[in-house]
Design a protein around this ligand. Sequence first.
Ligand code: NAD
Length: 263
Amino acid sequence: MELKGKTAIVTGAARGIGRGIALKLAHAGANLALVDLGNPADSALTYNLAAQTDLLRAVEEANALGVKAVPILADVTRSADCERMAAETVRQLGSIDVLVNNAGIIAVGLVADFSEEQWDRVMAVNAKGPFLCSKACIPHMLRKKEGAIINTASIAGKTGRAGASAYCASKFAVVAFTQALAEELGPSNIRVNAVCPGPIRTPMLSRLMQFTRDAEQRMVRSEPLKRLGEPEEVGETVAWLCSDRASYVTGLPMPVDGGFFAQ
Ligand code: NAD
């Protein structure tokens, strides 16, 4: 699929990896619906999510690259918000060719201490969110007879880690959902892939590093490339997966992890 002039929805686009993906898709010429919560406070979390001003700044940055970008406030855990997101995108930008399910949260703690509220919220945003957004967008995408869905999973979707049970479970779910949906939508020429980032320099990771002070050094030490990744590097991979250059690639959980799984 040639991205120039096509329409992409990116969730969790106000900052971090979502913003990096949005700017790479804008570079490739895609018009964008940039979706985020617009409310930094989430009672299940110990860090702040993005503010509405972050979303508007990301929209301005994308518009400055010469495409049409619009902001949409939506909570990906609410089906009515996801339906509105899809309808607003079609109304303002004309179609939905690409959906990037990127919004995600993390809560850490040992299972014995972890609250049910935290478990439910992590699963709702990370695992149910991609389902609800896909369900809302697929009917619009089927009309075009081509398209791409990319889900942001994680290296935590390929291996479990102590202290991150809910997050790992939610990301394993994202990988399985990606493979199942790829099989469902392949005959309709809609490819479905996931990216599995390693440690990427974003506000979410900063929060995690405060939790374990030497985490950055440990993470970087365990990787062949010996550095954190940047949001734009995930964005570049997503843009490739959406494009014609990946026309025979579907159902792939693609690592973008500095070689984390190479050892
Ligand atoms: P981030 O916290 O910087 O950005 C996440 C964005 O999602 C924020 O703008 C936030 O406001 C938004 N969001 C949260 N809940 C939402 C909801 N219910 N509805 C709509 N938007 C919501 O985090 P990030 O590091 O950029 O993470 C982006 C994605 O990448 C997540 O799915 C995360 O799990 C995944 N990931 C991150 C890393 C990393 O090292 N940073 C590694 C692997 C995977």
